[in-house]
Design a binder for this molecule. Sequence first.
Ligand code: VGL
Ligand code: ZN
Length: 217
Amino acid sequence: MNPSHTPMDPEKAVLILVDIQPDFLPGGSLAVEEGNRILEPVARLMREGPFMLQVATQDWHPEDHVSFASQHPGREPMEVIELHGHEQTLWPDHCVEGTPGAELHPDLPWERVEAVIRKGTSPQADSYSGFRNNWNPDGERPPTGLAGYLRERGIEEVYICGLARDICVRWTAEDAAEEGFVTRILWDLTRSVNPSGDDELREELEAQGIEIVEGAP
Ligand code: VGL
Ligand code: ZN
């Protein structure tokens, strides 16, 4: 870890594993370039890492989910529309509930994980962050309960890995920081949908007090 960071206290630290699912890996329907490269080091961290608590998020959409371009006649994946007053990227169909692409990736030791937060389960709203849904039709971002769960467990530090760095990892980190957790992204254990924006992303995250950790925590 970067020596400028306060050292971690394993008793107060959670590892959040974001959306490590086959649809986000090469060969999947919303494949993140090099997403497979994180699998081995993440598995090692889950087995041998210092964290007293591990939780996961799982993107889990109904087949008619509003984020799917297929639900918007004439639209293509990656187009941006306005939805409930905010920008919404339209995605290829992905992580449809109950399909193999939506499973927690079979190569990882999920038995170590105490809680799995499924998100994006409502047809009408997307959900990138593990802490709060994206905006619903009422213009609210309802909490998932994860912040309270972590606080009740005495957690003060949040370490985040998984996919995708520039979407769900980013939103999860921003909400964690806003909830008052010391928030660190395990940069090497994430990959972006759009890697060309990584330098800018890093600056924007650091400006919000989110720490970028390279190498092992
Ligand atoms: C994600 C786009 C759509 C992610 C989920 O896990 O980063 N990205 N749904
Ligand atoms: Zn999704």
